[in-house]
Design a protein around this ligand. Structure first.
Ligand SMILES: Cc1ncc(COP(=O)(O)O)c(CN[C@@H]2CONC2=O)c1O
Length: 281
């Protein structure tokens, strides 16, 4: 198993990050998780565009071009013979004596590695249980930063209650999941938080919006209230690793009849066609 370490490939057990790497000490960096289906990275361009935006938002310059990074990621997937799984990619501001302000001319540190991961078919089929949790994160959730402690604390709260995700809310309005975007269905309309600074602009969220448009479904990009969440006909989450996953309970209360709804199922089918597999394979 090789990893991408700066601009070269190295065996996984030889990759050592310095204790003064700013990603390690400050969470000063950004990351992406890219899905691989049949050996091909899905939505690679949108992921790279988001990476570019995230780095520029934190005033971090990639150490080489996006084109070069794309080439290296493709080589990484091939070298590791990855067919179905994920690529984890992160860029930190590099290594420097610990000081909050930006270091002078350090080289940002790119690390990427692959992991085998079959599609989560059981979860896609059965759905997940969730909790609600106050959104305590900072106000630039649109930047896919390494600062994930808020998300980690919420995800752990969900795990403590035997649930898979925490649906976050701010001032009584649903934002997103700790590592997912959230959609509600009410009377045939999809509702999801607008892509502003309070949520990550999910790649999967964008694919779902495109699929909904192809299906001629009405969509409202607005912040739903907590009350609307509990009264929804259907709720589902989206992310690179969870695709379109039904939510069947929230804080112990079932969503509708506690089964994945018809619009969620139709979206799962359309998503499976988009990634080129039969649904729930
Ligand atoms: C806070 C948050 N919101 C939404 C999403 C969904 O975005 P994508 O559709 O672009 O994946 C993620 C993805 N989190 C990644 C995806 O898998 N694991 C992660 O940490 C996320 O961390």
């Amino acid at each position: 198993m090789e990893i991408l370490f700066d601009e070269t490939f190295t065996p996984r057990d030889q990759a050592k990050v310095d204790i003064e790497d700013r990603g390690y000490q400050f969470g000063d960096g950004i990351y992406e998780v890219i899905r691989v289906y049949g050996g091909k990275m899905f939505c690679l361009e949108p992921h790279l565009q988001r990476l570019q935006r995230s780095t520029s938002e934190i005033r971090l310059q990639l150490p080489y071009s996006l084109e070069r990074l794309k080439q290296l990621l493709q080589e990484l997937v091939q070298n590791n013979h990855l067919t179905d799984g994920n690529v984890y990619l992160q860029v930190s501001r590099g290594t420097a004596p610990r000081n909050h302000k930006f270091p002078e001319n350090t080289r940002p540190m790119v690390v990427a590695y692959t992991m085998e991961a079959p599609r989560p078919v059981k979860m896609l089929d059965e759905g997940i249980h969730t909790i609600t949790d106050p959104d305590i994160r900072w106000l630039r959730c649109d930047i896919k930063s390494l600062n994930l402690l808020g998300a980690v604390m919420s995800k752990q709260k969900a795990a403590d209650r035997g649930c898979e995700e925490a649906i976050l809310h701010r001032d009584g309005r649903v934002t997103e999941g700790s590592s997912t975007n959230v959609f509600l269905v009410k009377d045939g309309t999809l509702i999801t938080h607008p892509a502003d600074h309070l949520i990550l602009h999910g790649i999967t969220r964008q694919v779902v919006l495109e699929l909904a448009a192809e299906l001629n479904w009405p969509v409202e990009e607005r912040a739903a209230s907590i009350e609307e969440l509990f009264r929804a006909d259907e709720v589902f989450i989206t992310s690179t690793t969870t695709e379109v996953t039904p939510v069947i309970s929230i804080d112990g209360r079932t969503v509708s009849d506690g089964k994945p709804g018809p619009m969620t199922r139709r979206l799962q089918k359309a998503f499976a066609e988009r990634i080129g597999v039969g649904s729930l394979q």
